[in-house]
Design a protein around this ligand. Structure first.
Ligand code: THU
Length: 130
C-alpha cells in the first residue's frame, strides 16, 4: 500500500473509532482525499429514529464540500466486517455528483483491502442533463 493510501487507512480507522452506531453496532470510517492532498474523514452516525442514520461516506463528503472542497481523488472506507463492504446506493449517487470516476479503496480492520472505483460500482448515475 502506497504512503498516501496508508495515511487514508490510518485516518479512516481513527474516524471509525468515532462512529456513533449503538443500534447496528456496525462502525464505518471513511477518509476522502482532495485534489489538494487534504484528508477529510467521516464516520456513520445513527439515531433512535433509525431512518435518520447517515453513512460515513456522506458525512465525509458533506464535511468536505461545506469546507470548500469539490475535487476529490480517492476515498477509503473501512469496516470491521470480514467481507469488504461497498458503499450503499444512496452514497454512490451522492458521491457521483462530485467525481463519477472516484478511486475507492475498500478495507477492513483485519488488513484486507481492495481497489475499485465509482465507475465500476455505479456505472449509470442519475443526472439532470437533457
Ligand atoms: N453504513 C455506512 O456508514 N456506509 C455504507 O455505505 C453502508 C452503511 C452505515 C449506516 C448504518 O449506521 C450502519 O452502517 C449499518 O447499516
Amino acid at each position: 500500500m502506497a504512503k498516501e493510501e496508508y495515511n487514508l487507512l490510518r485516518e479512516a480507522l481513527k474516524a471509525r473509532s468515532r462512529a456513533y452506531a449503538p443500534y447496528s453496532g456496525f462502525k464505518v470510517g471513511a477518509a476522502l482525499l482532495t485534489d489538494g492532498g487534504k484528508i477529510i474523514t467521516g464516520s456513520n452516525i445513527e439515531n433512535a429514529s433509525f431512518g435518520l442514520a447517515i453513512c460515513a461516506e456522506r458525512v465525509a463528503f458533506v464535511k468536505a464540500v461545506s469546507e470548500g472542497h469539490k475535487n476529490f481523488k480517492e476515498l477509503l472506507i473501512v469496516t470491521g466486517a470480514s467481507k469488504l463492504s461497498t458503499p450503499c446506493g444512496a452514497c454512490r449517487q451522492f458521491m457521483s455528483e462530485f467525481n463519477p470516476k472516484l478511486k475507492i479503496i475498500l478495507a477492513n480492520t483485519g488488513g484486507k483491502t481492495l481497489k475499485t472505483n465509482l465507475s465500476k460500482l455505479f456505472p449509470k448515475p442519475f443526472g439532470l442533463k437533457k
